[in-house]
Design a protein around this ligand. Structure first.
Ligand code: NOJ
Length: 765
């Protein structure tokens, strides 16, 4: 394996994203020849809900000197713990901005909650809960004086099975990710805090994400070479939903796209984002991701973090000598200030960074970010991302008042904990404590962590269960009267590197050791990404398995509620679990530099849209557990499929569509509605995730195009309804440069998962 120490490859506590010397490695080679330059950079127009904010921003910009304008476009070093800071302009009462990580809780400070991670939200398939989680999380950032939350993540989407940051995003399906990012953006921003949906675009691996030096030779970031149809149908899709939801910022990524750095790629920034999607906010760099000076400004970049050695006074020089238009600088600054007004941060916001201590043990004021009204949502969001994938012999739920034995390093809390806790260890048995979040800038330090073993003890206290435990041995002794043996393992992932594999021998041996001695072995895996289970899933003594993902600080309580049946599992896999790693084919590992592109690593997305279940379906590979799969303590029956074309459905676009945030507004025209009945045919209440898949003519066999999570009382039947819009039913046409409905027969499937689809039908367009 190639070993490259990237400029950002060595991570350390809160300095994770410290600035690096700017690199000037660029290449103008377009691998696919389909990334034409797009200039000039479109000015924000203040469409839709942005009109007033733009008016106010323009009035303020008119009062600024050139130097003040330039200062708004790049971060400065600060005495607070904000990940990035824009300096104040006291002369016009602008207090500056504090921007901070991340998608599942505020990092680097105290008195905040550790929320469920993106993958957990993806596994819960619950729009309402995703929204509520985001509202509360946003409120915490607000109390702490953070103007911009650095998240949510929809890139990586999850192309590479071993991707180190897949857990920060929701799912490797663009529809599911798009639906959940939409709610997240709206939820956070309703609290007056902005989001910077990231990492735009093609940030699908950590390996070679940054330029590096090997044997004294500079090596560029990996280039994600993506064709026009694939970028639209997979990778741009959730960003489109984020923009439609009003995301005030978009963070450009470290990678190159078709050989041009993401933060100076005029096709993706000026073209796709600002022209096609009508984006009104500003583009902010990932930390140190600026590699070109005026080129990046002209390509559509608006703000550089954490500082810029390339912009500053050079911007005004460039304007003076005609390399850059003055209107570009005005547009950059207008976009930045418009977001401040759009979120009402001019009238209702604490001092930027007020709750962000410079370091863990420095003197600082106690600024309470949490609030007791969040508790219910915090716990629900921790519960719903648990996916029960095996449950035999009525193993679950457990009966109170019996003996349970607890094994495995993942059952216990970490030995030490402070504000710099970011889970940076990575060798098995991984963290050697319970994994409730992945590592890197997405990790935070919650107010508390209830580990599974603590919550099981509390259960014992309440109902006279007896508990024995050994959470250090790989081959523990087992009391033969145990009602159940609970084994806790995890599968770690972190920013900065891709995962070494989808299993680890230590953990698999621990499971089989316990299963060898206990005929009711229940395995709980806290997994920061896909985790294979084939070594023990068919073991007769492994009676139940829960993929518990990354639940956040309420992890133990959430799990015990499920184990004892107070909560009925309702999570579904937001990715595919293969029987063997090789089933992921070329998408198992990240791309590595190869001759003749050693200095310019390439990652060719030749698979097109065929990632995860689209690929398994196409290649007829039977997965261990398919996308969308998950068990409940009850059962659900499906009937009554109905497919209705909307009146006036036409494959031609209605005329005169002015681009709005999110693109052509006719993409959201409803074309078809599908309804079905779902009955809870079991004896306990439970929530089902009814899923709709569509086979678009000339497209993959089926793609998720609708889901509805419904709580159904035992014996009751409810109707679920799915609205299919123009984008849902279209294919991106490279020739026409727009989404086009296909003439022909569409297949419709409704059911419990991508492979368990009892209702089928079709319609023709
Ligand atoms: C680098 C990470 O890629 C990004 O996600 C994060 O927001 C910044 N560092 C700031 O910490």
């Amino acid at each position: 394996m190639h070993s490259i120490i990237g400029l950002f490859g060595l991570l350390g506590g809160l300095s994770l994203c410290s600035a690096a010397p700017a690199q000037n490695i660029t290449s103008d080679v377009y691998f696919y020849g389909d990334s034409p330059a797009v200039y000039p950079s479109p000015e924000g127009t203040g469409t839709g809900s942005w009109a007033t904010a733009y008016e106010k921003a323009k009035a303020l910009v008119a009062q600024l000197t050139d130097e003040e304008k330039v200062n708004l476009t790049a971060g400065v070093s600060s005495t607070t713990g904000c990940s990035g800071v824009i300096a104040a302009i006291p002369r016009v009462n602008f207090p500056g901005l504090c921007v901070s990580d991340a998608s599942n809780g505020l990092r680097g400070t105290d008195y905040v909650n550790g929320w469920s991670s993106g993958i957990h939200v993806g596994a819960s398939w619950n729009r309402t809960l995703a929204h509520q989680r985001a509202v509360y999380m946003g409120q915490e950032f607000h109390r702490k004086g953070v103007n911009l939350l650095l998240g949510p993540v929809v890139g990586p989407l999850g192309r590479v099975a071993e991707g180190g940051r897949n857990w920060e995003g929701f799912s490797n399906d663009p529809y599911l990710t798009g639906a959940l990012v939409y709610e997240t953006v709206q939820g956070v921003q309703s609290s007056g805090v902005g989001v910077s949906t990231k990492h735009y675009i093609g940030n699908e691996q950590e390996t070679n994400r940054n330029p590096g030096v090997e044997d004294g030779v500079e090596i560029a970031s990996v280039s994600s070479n993506i064709d026009d149809q694939t970028i639209h149908e997979l990778y741009l899709w959730p960003f489109q939903d984020a923009v439609r939801a009003g995301s005030v910022a978009i963070m450009c990524s470290y990678e190159r796209i078709n050989n041009s750095y993401a933060c100076q790629n005029s096709k993706t920034l000026n073209g796709l984002l600002k022209t096609e999607l009508g984006f009104q906010g500003y583009v902010i760099t990932d930390w140190g991701a600026q590699h070109g000076g005026i080129a990046s400004a002209n390509a559509g970049l608006d703000m550089v973090m954490p500082e810029s050695t390339l912009w500053g006074a050079n911007l005004t020089t460039a304007i003076a000598n005609g390399t850059m238009e003055a209107s570009r600088l005005d547009d950059m600054v207008t976009r930045i200030l418009a977001t401040w007004y759009q979120l009402n941060q001019d009238t209702d916001f604490p001092a930027p960074g007020v709750g962000m201590p410079a370091s863990a043990y420095s003197e600082h004021q106690a600024v309470i970010g949490t609030s007791s009204d969040e508790k219910g949502t915090l716990l629900d969001s921790a519960i719903e991302g648990h996916v029960l994938v095996k449950n035999t012999n009525n193993a679950l739920p457990l009966q109170p008042s019996r003996l349970v034995s607890v094994f495995g390093y993942d059952a216990k809390i970490p030995d030490a904990f402070d504000l710099t806790f970011t889970f940076l260890s990575s060798s098995p048995p991984i963290q050697n404590s319970t994994l409730y979040v992945g590592g890197g800038s997405g990790a935070n330090s919650p107010a508390y962590v209830i580990a599974p073993l603590n919550a099981i003890q509390q259960q014992a206290y309440q109902d006279s269960t007896a508990v024995l435990w050994d959470v250090s041995s790989q081959d523990p002794d087992v009391d033969p009267t145990s009602e159940a043996c609970l084994v806790f393992i995890n599968s770690f992932a972190t920013e900065g590197s891709d995962r070494p594999g989808l299993t680890d021998e230590y953990s698999d041996t621990l499971v089989t050791n316990v299963a060898g001695k206990c005929n009711n072995t229940i395995v709980v895996v806290h997994n920061a990404g896909i985790r294979l289970v084939s070594d023990w899933i068919d073991h007769a003594n492994v009676t139940a398995v829960i993929l518990a993902h990354l639940p956040g600080q309420d992890t133990g309580h959430a799990l015990v509620d499920i184990l004892y049946g107070r909560a009925n599992p309702s999570g579904r896999l937001p990715y595919t679990i293969a029987k063997q790693a090789s089933d992921y084919g070329t998408l198992l590992h990240p791309s590595e530099p190869q001759t003749p592109y050693g200095l310019f690593p390439q990652s060719d997305y030749t698979e097109g849209v065929y990632i995860d279940y689209r690929a398994f379906d196409k290649q007829s590979i039977t997965p261990q557990f398919e996308f969308g799969f998950g068990l409940s303590y009850t059962t659900f029956d499906y009937s009554g499929l109905n497919i209705q074309k909307s009146n006036g459905t036409t494959s031609e676009y209605p005329p005169s569509a002015t681009i709005q945030e999110g693109g052509n507004p006719h993409l959201w025209d409803e074309i078809v509605t599908v309804t079905a009945e779902v009955q809870n045919s079991g004896s306990v209440d439970g929530a089902e995730v009814a899923q709709l898949y569509v086979g678009i003519p000339n497209g993959p066999i089926r793609q998720l195009r609708g889901f509805e999570k419904v709580l159904i009382a035992s014996g009751q039947t409810v109707q679920v309804s799915f609205s299919l819009n123009r984008r849902d039913l279209s294919t991106w046409s490279v020739e026409a440069q727009q989404w086009q409905l296909q003439s022909g027969t569409y297949q419709v499937y409704v059911g419990r998962s991508s492979r368990d689809l009892p209702l089928t039908g079709e319609f023709t367009l």
